[in-house]
Design a protein around this ligand. Structure first.
Ligand code: ZN
Length: 220
């Protein structure tokens, strides 16, 4: 059986032909490359102590590709080094969990403030959203970085939805924050439902962006 790897998201497929469409990132069959068993998951190979015999035996196999001298690693500038380190240490998924944990709390507090006309809860929600806004620039920066470097900036449906969801989250978060700042009594006015709706859209959009992120990371 042949092994095919998606060149965008690194999804592995086993079969005589590559899948019509990548089940993870959605690119078509042409983006799949055939690989051999030895080059499958580098991480798994590292964990199961590298077999030195196989490695040293490779150049003797007569394969001209193997006899080529190794390509020297590209020298990175300071900023590129930081970017590589951020990707290597999963800065995007790590940073995204900060606002993602607080965002639902903010929405719950807005809802409770609205239902029970409890002023203190709306202040709590407002403060929570300030924290979300502080975290967002780093989340967006690392997200774009990961998309460009790890997924070569591929613009398949899954990435379009993710970008749209992230934008929607940011915009609705900023609208809620500024609206409440300008009008702290918003939840006791007839327009309160619009305000609550914007917050629910924000929560749903963040959920969608997170769900896609999980799909890309875990490939299931
Ligand atoms: Zn893929």
């Amino acid at each position: 059986m042949k092994i095919w790897q998606c060149s965008v998201c690194k999804y592995i497929h086993r079969g005589e032909t590559p899948p019509e469409k990548c089940p993870v990132c959605g690119v078509d069959a042409s983006r799949f490359v055939e690989i051999d068993e030895a080059s499958i998951p580098q991480k798994a190979a590292k964990r199961t102590a590298p077999d030195k015999k196989t490695i040293s035996a490779k150049p003797l196999s007569g394969d001209p590709e193997r006899l080529k001298p190794p390509v020297p690693p590209k020298i990175e500038t300071g900023f590129e080094k930081i970017q590589s380190l951020l990707i290597k240490h999963h800065a995007h998924p790590v940073s995204v969990h900060t606002p993602n944990g607080i965002l639902p709390a903010a929405v719950i507090f807005w809802l409770m403030a609205w239902i029970f006309s409890f002023d203190l809860f709306s202040k709590v929600a407002f403060i929570n959203l300030i924290f979300v806004v502080i975290a967002l620039p780093f989340v967006i920066f690392t997200g774009i970085l990961e998309w460009k470097k790890k997924y070569n900036g591929a613009l398949t449906t899954i990435f379009k939805i993710k970008i749209l969801a992230a934008t929607l989250t940011t915009v609705s978060c900023l609208i809620s924050l500024f609206w409440f700042w300008i009008d702290p009594e918003i939840l006791s006015t007839p327009k309160a439902w619009v305000f609550i709706l914007i917050n629910i859209i924000m929560l749903a959009a963040a959920g969608i962006a997170g769900h896609i992120g999980g799909k890309l990371v875990f490939k299931d």
